[in-house]
Design a protein around this ligand. Structure first.
Ligand code: F58
Length: 808
């Protein structure tokens, strides 16, 4: 755009925006609140996006291209306003105009609530995949639940996590469209009657409880193209808000009871990550978005396919994100048989061909299983179909392994009176994949080995990826500009082109520019910490960061114990030579996860101890940032020097924070777990610091009942000192972390914290040495950015497209 065109664009923008402000607020610009300024901009964005959205939908309605639908119980989309502006290619214009009009652009963006419709990696992955699909002009959509309350807001009070409801809809949400004309009725409970109509057995569902599912659609705009895909989130409402006869009899509360029971289904996101708690309401949620989503897809498909289901699986992929949408299998069977009149075999062929399944965890406690009675009671027809799927699967097994009853029973979808959702997902999908190479290997060789032997051709691996638009271009604008100036902009469309940066790998001028960007991002975070935590940190210290959900297997404890050890070393020798460090933590603990909450308390107690000890001469600082969410993440990743990825090997399926850090130039300090292994392959061993037991070693110990943590304790005085400090009052008068102490010693350290402690401290010493040589460090950091192309979610989506959905 030349400068006069640009000026024209800006003038137009200012005029339209001024008018819009008047429309939405009844005030002129000077008197409009920040909220109104934000709402006006949001409306303009929706107007811009909606014509492209309509065009994309018209194209899709012709049924010419294959459509992918991600079914997921979580979509952690984050704030969208900036993404829309970036993707529309007008972000700089809007920013400049806002400044010229005397408005605070960043404050306007901050008006948007951050929809926390997910717990962590799994939900965020979906958001990145939607972003990438649109960026690549690929027809892929999301289907999930519009929770009224997202993941709780975390406050830290007296060092402890306090949960506060997340009312993200309180000011309305401008980027969704409610489509009541596309509502679907979802049926729960009741009885099934088989009827013989003209020689055909049909199943009639009676006395069910109907719930209305109303879709809200959010446009997912592609980067600098014309594609706008959709994220459809379903909200539950009663068929009738009011039971009039009951009301008239004076039973006011009973008259609205049905309303709140119906609404409960989409009221709240379950706050558990990597854990399964088997609540009836959760099962209702799972069926809710599966049933509603499939019904709309089928209705739309038939409308443009002469009312026929022919070719359904050639045109539609139903991708199930972990097992929460596993009812897609039996539900699709139900619709095909009971509503479309197909026989079992034809329906099954379509179902398996349409479905694919991604697993995200191998932790046994996270694998879903529902009691048979609960499933049968709530979803009688679905349960019947699951029984039949299982009966036929067992027959197949019997043909393959005649008389091998123990093996066949162990693979049964229904066993020990539970419906096992991973088994159901595997049997009803043509593809099963893990999310990193090691994870996929563990699925094949351990977790799902029995199924792998039956269906080896179904097993795939697609390494996760993250959106470079959100996690580099938009959250680290200074680095984006520097890269653009250095290697041009082709990397915007092909992240592998970041490799071009390697030509500056020995260029001192580039080093200075690169380091200046990092420092500026560290200052931004330091500022945030000063405002939110009242802690002053040295921006030249190593920003050593671990941000993710708090979980034993992620081992924030290992990090915290090492900080305590470093503190002890400094107390012993105040002149200890070391680069100053700022250890930064953030992450939420599931509200019912006592141990994880103790770890938060421990970190904040260590922070109190360390930050108030003047004898350390500011060499060490510890900060726990409250309420880790997508917006905070976007400030954190660009500021990191060290990315802590220290899970017990074999436990973290992939990790995606590791990729976001790397893209922003942080050096990974990690175990050989999940995608860390692929980060090592991408950057080479001299640009990463790895340590600790391998997944095989952990597995072998576990096969033999673990290892003896007491032995390590007895041999290592450093460990003795820090473990005593957990319980002897060092961390505050009367404060004791007995349960943590016991887990490490009495209960044999199930996550190998003490076993890996020595290797970890060695690795941390290497980090210190490397950082103190700024040339080496800068080189490592640039290498990380340059080699991060493979971790773009665009690459992941291409892999899915080619290997799994077979879209050419
Ligand atoms: C995560 N799982 C994995 N689950 O832990 C992580 O390694 C991986 O990178 C990521 O998925 C994406 O593949 C995860 O986030 C959840 O939060 C579930 C939410 C629903 C309940 C069960 C846990």
């Amino acid at each position: 755009m030349n400068s006069s065109d640009r000026q024209k664009r800006k003038d137009e923008y200012k005029a339209t925006y001024t008018k819009k402000i008047e429309e939405v607020s009844g005030n002129c610009l000077a008197d409009a609140s920040l909220l109104k300024q934000y709402q006006a901009l949001a409306e303009m964005i929706m107007e811009d996006v909606s014509s492209q959205w309509a065009k994309t939908n018209t194209l899709y309605n012709k049924n010419e291209s294959k459509q992918v639908y991600f079914f997921s119980i979580e979509f952690l989309i984050g704030r969208l306003m900036k993404s829309y502006l970036v993707n529309l290619g007008i972000e700089d214009i809007v920013r400049e105009c806002s400044e010229e009009m005397g408005l605070d652009y960043e404050a306007i963006l901050a008006q948007e609530s951050d929809p926390g419709l997910g717990n962590g990696g799994l939900g965020r992955l979906m958001a990145c995949y939607l972003d990438s699909s649109s960026a690549m002009g690929m027809p892929a959509h999301g289907n999930g639940i519009r929770y009224k309350y997202g993941l709780f807001e975390q406050r830290i009070i007296n060092g402890e996590q306090i949960e506060v409801a997340d009312n993200w809809l309180k000011n309305g949400y401008p980027f969704e469209i409610r489509n009541p004309d596309k509502s679907v009725i979802v049926k729960y409970y009741g009885q099934i009657h088989a009827q013989n109509i003209n020689g055909n057995l049909t199943f009639v569902h009676e006395n069910y409880e109907p719930i209305m599912a109303i879709p809200y659609d959010i446009p997912i705009k592609g980067y600098h193209n014309e594609t706008v895909n959709s994220l459809r989130l379903w909200s539950a409402e009663p068929l009738e808000a009011f039971d009039l006869p009951t009301f008239n009899q004076g039973h006011f509360l009973n008259a609205v009871r049905h309303k709140s029971e119906a609404e409960a289904i989409s009221q709240i996101l379950y706050p558990n990550d990597n854990g399964f708690d088997g609540k009836l309401l959760r099962l209702k949620q799972e069926y809710f978005f599966v049933c509603a989503g499939l019904k709309r897809i089928i209705t739309d498909f038939k409308r443009s396919n002469e009312n026929s289901m022919d070719g359904f699986s050639d045109k539609i992929c139903i991708h199930i994100n972990d097992t929460h949408p596993a009812l897609c299998g039996p539900e699709l069977m139900r619709v095909l048989m009971d509503e479309e009149g197909l026989g079992w075999d034809d329906a099954w062929k379509i179902t398996v061909a349409a479905l694919s399944f991604t697993n995200h965890t191998v932790l046994p406690e996270a694998l879903e299983k529902w009691p048979v009675d609960m499933m049968n009671d709530l979803l009688p027809r679905i349960y019947m179909i699951i029984e039949e799927i299982n009966r036929r699967f067992l027959l197949e097994l019997n043909t393959k392994y005649p008389n091998d009853t123990p093996r066949n029973q162990s693979l049964s979808i229904i066993r020990d009176n539970y419906v096992h959702m991973a088994s159901l997902s595997i049997v009803s999908s043509h593809s099963i994949n893990g999310v990193a190479a090691l994870h996929s290997k563990i699925l094949r060789e351990e977790t799902f080995n029995g199924y792998y032997q039956v269906y080896p051709e179904r097993f795939h691996s697609v390494t996760n990826g993250v959106s470079p638009r959100r996690f580099l271009m938009s959250s680290n604008p200074e680095l984006k500009d520097l890269i653009d100036e250095s290697i041009g902009t082709t990397w915007h469309h092909n992240l592998f082109d970041l490799k071009e940066l390697l030509k500056y790998i020995n260029d001192p001028v580039f080093y200075d520019q690169f380091n200046a960007v990092k420092l500026s991002n560290k200052l931004r975070l330091a500022n945030y910490m000063a405002n939110h935590n009242s802690v002053t940190v040295d921006p030249n210290s190593i920003f050593d960061i671990q941000v993710k959900r708090i979980h034993e297997y992620k081992r924030q404890l290992l990090n915290a114990l090492h900080v305590l050890y470093l503190y002890n070393r400094l107390k012993e020798n105040p002149n200890l030579e070391m680069a100053p460090r700022t250890f930064i933590f953030a992450g939420k603990a599931a509200p019912g996860y006592y141990y994880a909450k103790e770890v938060i308390k421990l970190i904040t107690a260590i922070a109190e101890l360390v930050n108030n000890d003047v004898s350390l001469h500011d060499k060490l600082k510890v900060v726990f940032l409250a309420n880790f969410n997508v917006s905070l993440a976007e400030i954190i990743y660009p500021a990191a020097n060290i990315s802590e990825q220290i899970s017990t090997a074999g436990k973290e399926a992939s990790g995606t924070g590791n990729m976001k850090f790397m893209m922003n130039g942080a050096i990974t300090l990690g175990t050989m777990d999940g995608a860390n292994i692929e980060i090592l392959e991408a950057v080479g061993p001299s640009n990463i610091v790895t340590f600790g037991l391998s997944a095989d070693e952990v597995y072998n110990y576990q096969q033999h009942g673990g290892y003896r943590s007491v032995d390590i304790f007895e041999q290592d005085p450093r460990i003795q000192q820090i473990l005593h400090q957990l319980v002897d009052g060092t961390l505050g008068l009367g404060i004791s972390f007995q349960s943590i102490y016991d887990s490490l010693l009495l209960y044999n350290d199930g996550y190998f914290v003490l076993k890996d402690f020595n290797a970890y401290t060695d690795a941390q010493n290497r980090v210190d040495q490397l950082f103190r040589n700024q040339t080496v460090w800068t080189k490592m950091s640039i290498s990380n950015v340059a080699n991060s192309g493979i971790f773009s979610s665009d690459r992941s989506i291409k892999d899915y497209q080619q290997e799994i959905w077979k879209i050419i």
